[in-house]
Design a protein around this ligand. Structure first.
Ligand SMILES: [Cu+2]
Length: 757
């Protein structure tokens, strides 16, 4: 090869190298698109491994539909779709998963037995029978249905009287129709002049329970101004009516009482008559503006920057397969009861089960006020349906933008399946706080730490005015947290101006009283601490005087442990306001490397709650609220602490929680801890338009206590350690130093879509 050819070749090579370098350098410049990060939002995988259990998975659309058609066949031609049914009809009100018995579930999960039959629980309203009743039917086995078993008697100790039934859409709609078409016609001038009523500007809210004794179905109904796009809850007009709708034939319904500005009247005709005669004191309430106090439309600058985003440059560290969520540390199955809402099963840390079930049982609020609707209100939201009232969550607001969104199918109140797209979200929560850290300043210099990051599963129940955000949070140190935040609209009453009004809350609008109420939440924590056999242990400390051994004339007070095994249920029922032992844990008979019983500690995160006085005739139905914490022996017949039938008959509970506590031995038994978290809410100006989540959160924490031999988070990926003399800025030394390189890519965010309004 001659020199010329070599030079030309060299020149061409140099040009190519420079061109390539130029292209590469400029493509990383500020004006160009950065490259895409690896996949960051794991999509939901369908079931692929047949060995994995579906025991706790909610019924699928196909399963719900199959159960519905099977029941339609079995129950005969008289069955009406619940969406069209009248109280005098027979209809299937709801279908959901019938949870398997624990023994059968564990035999399958732990010992390879065949899975228990997958079954559905149907609640059927038999309004068309000679003795109208509610029946609970177990239907199975899925997918090839062959039997229907009536479990009403075994579960409730007798038939369920029909007056305890939940509300059908038609009954609800007919109540309003009755008011509009029968009652309002008795006072056209009063309604038009005082409330600007034009036929569509008023709407209604119910108080529950519906009456004053068992068998009643008479509801106090409050009227509110209804303006498109604004929450009605802050717009009471001051008029309330008591409608008796006990008769199965609405033709026999009647308004029994009318309340207006502190006075009770026989009916609206009387009010109209007094008004026309000029004898009625009134407060005219103008129609609220659509952009008024109760509107959530943004006010102020609209072009403000969006809140900061959290994203995982290396992709999310968890996966979701059907209803199974797995990370390198945790695995659990989740479900979403149509009534009871969020629940987790078979929660395992590094493959070892720590809890069989962690679930919400009830969500109660008790109101006080001058108006009859307010003073009788005790909402038990499980009867309205914590799952039924969930809806799609909004990316970037309700959950971090990159969360995995999961759909829910429910069958309730109508004969067809409803899909709530994205009503549950799973995400990693970067907590902006080290889980642990230490900067060693004494002797050798080093730093070790781990950023706090937890796996969260969330859903939100929008039950009428309020929104309850339910979170179960799994931390890298083996802790399991449950928490609920309350937000949404407060309930209000018309501010009559009477002297006593302010005994029931704060004024939050021109004629609006934010009414005092309690929030109480009940959780079931079926822990299995290193097996089923557990003990309850309390530990605390007392100061004991001791003469200093080396100088006996000096007395020291030194703290010393007290340890006690609480062996009976009566000792583990801690009433509201009583002192909880500072440490209370469930222990196994297994020991850790240091000879201590492996345990999980229970902490209740709640201010001092408020409970209904024991003298109240409704207290027994709410008796779980007596205890901030109670540990009982686990029994299948003590699966739930509340019942959906209490809302419409709160006076005769069939299975009161207080009866679970009957001094049985707790030594080496399968135990359930029941936690009440609650707070008092005195609404104030800043609850308008919505209560904020800040400060309105309660819950519990389950923490390992000698369960491990050391803090297991030392094995967590992402642990940081560097020491003096090392270059902490080098990626090979400190993984945190790799972040700028990893984060040079743009996260491949899912598109925003929302289809659940
Ligand atoms: Cu509240």
């Amino acid at each position: 090869m001659n020199l010329k050819v070599v030079l030309v070749f060299l020149a061409l090579s140099l040009i190519t190298i420079f061109t390539l370098a130029y292209v590469l350098l400029t493509s990383q410049g500020s004006g160009s698109q950065p490259s895409r990060c690896p996949l960051v939002s794991p999509s939901v995988q369908p079931w692929t491994q047949p060995g994995q259990s579906q025991l706790f998975a909610d019924l699928s659309r196909e399963e719900l539909t199959a159960v519905m058609s099977f029941l339609t066949q079995q129950l005969g031609p008289g069955l009406v779709d619940a969406a069209q049914a009248w109280p005098s009809d027979n209809c299937v009100f709801s279908v959901e998963l019938q949870l398997p018995r624990k023994a059968a579930a564990l035999a399958h999960l732990d010992r390879g037995s065949p899975p228990p039959a997958r079954e559905a629980l149907a609640i059927v309203l038999f309004g068309g029978q000679a003795q109208p009743n509610v029946s609970e039917l177990v239907v199975g086995p899925l997918p090839h249905l062959s039997y229907v078993r009536d479990i009403t008697m075994e579960r409730h100790g007798g038939p369920l009287p029909y007056h305890r039934r939940p509300m059908l859409a038609n009954e609800h709609a007919q109540m309003w129709k009755h008011l509009k078409e029968v009652e309002f016609r008795k006072a056209p001038i009063f309604l038009a002049s005082v409330f600007n009523y034009n036929g569509s500007t008023l709407t209604f809210l119910h108080a529950t329970p519906r009456g004053l004794r068992s068998g009643d179905r008479a509801t106090w109904i409050g009227l509110y101004h209804n303006v498109s796009g604004a929450g009605i809850f802050l717009q009471p007009v001051g008029l309330e009516l008591l409608l008796d709708h006990r008769a199965l034939d609405p033709a026999h319904w009647a308004v029994q009482q009318v309340f207006y500005l502190g006075q009770y009247y026989a009916d609206l005709s009387q009010l109209e008559w007094e008004f026309k005669a000029g004898r009625l004191e009134v407060v005219r309430v103008p129609l609220p503006s659509p952009n008024g106090a109760s509107s959530l439309r943004p006010r102020g600058v609209s072009s403000a920057p969006l809140p900061s985003l959290q994203f995982s440059p290396q992709g999310s560290q968890y996966s979701v397969q059907g209803n199974l969520v797995m990370s390198s540390l945790w695995s659990f199955a989740f479900g979403h009861g149509v009534y009871s809402g969020m629940r987790l099963f078979d929660i395992r840390f590094k493959g070892e089960r720590v809890a069989y079930e962690v679930s919400v049982q009830e969500c109660l609020s008790i109101y006080g006020g001058e108006s009859p609707k307010t003073m009788v209100t005790r909402y038990l939201d499980s009867s309205y349906g914590l799952g039924r009232n969930s809806r799609g969550l909004v990316r970037g607001v309700d959950c971090p933008y990159q969360a995995t969104m999961l759909d829910i199918n429910v069958l309730i109140g109508r004969g067809t399946v409803q899909l709530f797209p994205g009503a549950v979200c799973v995400f990693e929560e970067a907590q902006g706080l080290p889980l642990r850290r230490h900067h060693n300043l004494i002797e050798s210099r080093f730093y070790g730490g781990l950023a706090g990051s937890a796996l969260v599963v969330r859903s939100v129940s929008s039950v009428g005015n309020y929104d309850y955000i339910w979170d179960f949070v799994l931390h890298p140190n083996g802790a399991v947290e449950g928490r609920v935040h309350a937000t949404g609209y407060i309930n209000t009453a018309f501010l009559s101006g009477g002297e006593e009004s302010l005994l029931f809350g704060n004024r939050v609008g021109e004629r609006v009283l934010g009414t005092v109420h309690t929030h109480a939440f009940h959780f079931k924590l079926d822990l299995d601490v290193a097996g089923l056999q557990n003990w309850v242990v309390s530990e605390d400390v007392v100061f004991k005087p001791v003469a200093a051994p080396w100088s006996p004339q000096h007395q020291l007070y030194r703290p010393q442990l007290t340890r006690q095994v609480l062996d009976r249920e009566d000792l583990t029922a801690f009433s509201l306001g009583s002192l909880l032992p500072r440490y209370l844990y469930l222990a196994s008979n297994q020991t850790n490397a240091w000879g201590h019983r492996r345990g999980y500690r229970i902490q209740v995160h709640s201010p001092l709650g408020v409970h209904m006085p024991l003298e109240s005739d409704m207290e027994r139905a709410l008796s779980w609220g007596r205890y901030q914490l109670a540990v009982t022996r686990r029994k299948e017949e003590e699966s739930h602490s509340s019942s959906i039938y209490y809302q419409n008959d709160i006076w005769t509970p069939t299975l009161a929680f207080a009866d679970f506590i009957n001094n049985e031995t707790l030594l080496g038994e399968d135990l359930v801890a029941w936690v009440t978290a609650s707070f008092l809410h005195i609404p104030h100006a800043e609850d308008v338009p919505n209560t904020v989540t800040v400060g309105n959160s309660v819950g519990f924490l389950l923490r390992p206590y000698n369960f491990f031999d050391e803090d297991p988070s030392i094995f967590s990926p992402g642990s940081i350690y560097f020491e003096k003399g090392q270059d902490a800025g080098r990626c090979s030394v400190n993984p945190m130093a790799c972040i700028p390189h990893l984060a040079a890519c743009a996260p491949d965010l899912p598109p925003f879509s929302y289809k659940d309004l």
